[in-house]
Design a protein around this ligand. Structure first.
Ligand code: SF4
Length: 373
């Protein structure tokens, strides 16, 4: 696994209409194709400067990195390969990744999403989602003789392993995360009697442990880097001996996407985050912008853009959560282009070189099928 983030500012990119960034912000020129040019004219007056000034924007800046992370890529690939290998239906416990469009497309190909492994008919194939599952889920699947493929992101598995080790070593584990999130449910299931959940600094203030309790903390992978830093600082302040994980649990994709948004906040008036409501890392991107003083909205696709948001906005930033496919970004760009925006460009281009192999059980089956072919 290569977790390093490779940075390269490129002179060209895949986006049509790309232009070099101008320093500063200037009034938009009238140009063919803009709403201004299309002309709104009062009965007897000159063309009104409507659209561009009132609702349309001068430029769209694309954050980088954005969109699919290695864990999501692997999870979606897993379901697709399983469908190719076994044919439909392939059952998937929970949403494979938190994105409405991805789930709908996989459903159209024959994936059947269920809330609980108990809903999967005995002996059938079930894929566990990228967010991970508790050991109890594996146990139920075994009892029901299910053919399981575990698409849990390796970076989530790393947190599970940590939690198990801490519990085995007699630690009480403080898990920083969001109650009810699938990843948190799965991690807590590793050691339910040894884990307490905190969501905020206030929660840390309310913690109390018997004297001599050995403490360690782990975190959900998709949290706000800044907010989590504050919670960890509060934990260390209250419990100076608390044991920290060797490596940050917030994953590379979550922190890189937050960094990318922060980097361009000074250049944008509004941020659109493409992602579904239940996508934790997408919600965090909205928060990062708002905390930085820039209005931000979470949208599943271009159909959710509210023209009122664009009032008085010159430059719109666009990013996407780790579970949102790039084609949704392209659709949003096309939405702006169709309204006369010709400047659609990356703020900068940052490449991530992280790849995860398919789950071992699926690789074995694919190798077997290849031999028999
Ligand atoms: Fe893995 Fe991070 Fe992607 Fe979640 S957001 S699937 S933890 S890489």
């Amino acid at each position: 696994m290569h977790w390093a983030m490779h940075t390269a500012v490129r002179t060209s990119c895949a986006f049509r209409g790309e232009q070099s960034r101008e320093p500063g912000r200037t009034d938009p020129p009238e140009r063919p194709g803009s709403l201004l040019h299309f002309g709104f004219r009062d009965a007897d007056g000159p063309p009104r400067r409507r659209g561009y000034d009132d609702a349309m924007v001068r430029k769209v800046l694309l954050a980088s990195p954005r969109g699919y992370c290695a864990g999501v890529e692997r999870a979606v690939d897993t379901v697709e390969r399983a469908l190719d290998l076994y044919g439909p239906p392939v059952y998937v416990r929970k949403q494979i990744v938190h994105n409405l469009h991805v789930v709908r497309e996989l459903e159209a190909r024959g994936a059947v999403f269920v809330d609980d492994e108990g809903e999967v008919p005995e002996g059938q194939t079930v894929v566990f989602s990228a967010h991970g599952v508790a050991p109890a889920v594996h146990a139920t699947a075994r009892r029901r003789s299910l053919n399981t493929i575990d698409a849990t992101c390796p970076l989530v598995t790393k947190v599970h392993v940590q939690a198990r080790r801490y519990a085995a070593d007699g630690y009480t584990i403080v898990l920083i995360g969001h109650a009810g999130h699938e990843e948190v449910v799965g991690t807590m299931g590793e050691a339910p009697d040894s884990i307490v959940l905190v969501e905020s600094v206030d929660d840390v203030e309310r913690l109390s442990f018997a004297e001599g309790t050995r403490l360690a903390y782990v975190t959900q992978t998709t949290l706000s880097v800044d907010e989590t830093g504050e919670i960890i600082a509060a934990l260390r302040h209250r419990f100076p001996a608390i044991h920290a994980p060797k490596k940050e649990d917030i994953c590379y994709a979550t922190s890189n996407r937050q960094w990318a948004v922060k980097e361009m906040l000074a250049e944008i008036d509004l941020l659109l985050v493409i992602g579904s409501r239940n996508s934790s890392n997408s919600n965090r991107l909205v928060e990062v912008a708002r905390v930085g003083g820039v209005p931000a909205h979470l949208i599943d696709d271009e159909g959710e853009i509210d023209l009122a948001w664009l009032d008085g906005v010159e430059v719109v930033g666009v990013t996407s959560g780790a579970s949102a496919p790039e084609k949704l970004v392209e659709r949003v760009c096309d939405w702006f282009r169709a309204r006369g925006v010709t400047e659609v460009e990356p703020y900068r281009l940052v490449e991530e070189a992280v790849e995860f192999r398919l789950p071992i059980e699926l690789r074995r089956e694919l190798a077997l099928a290849a031999q028999q072919a």
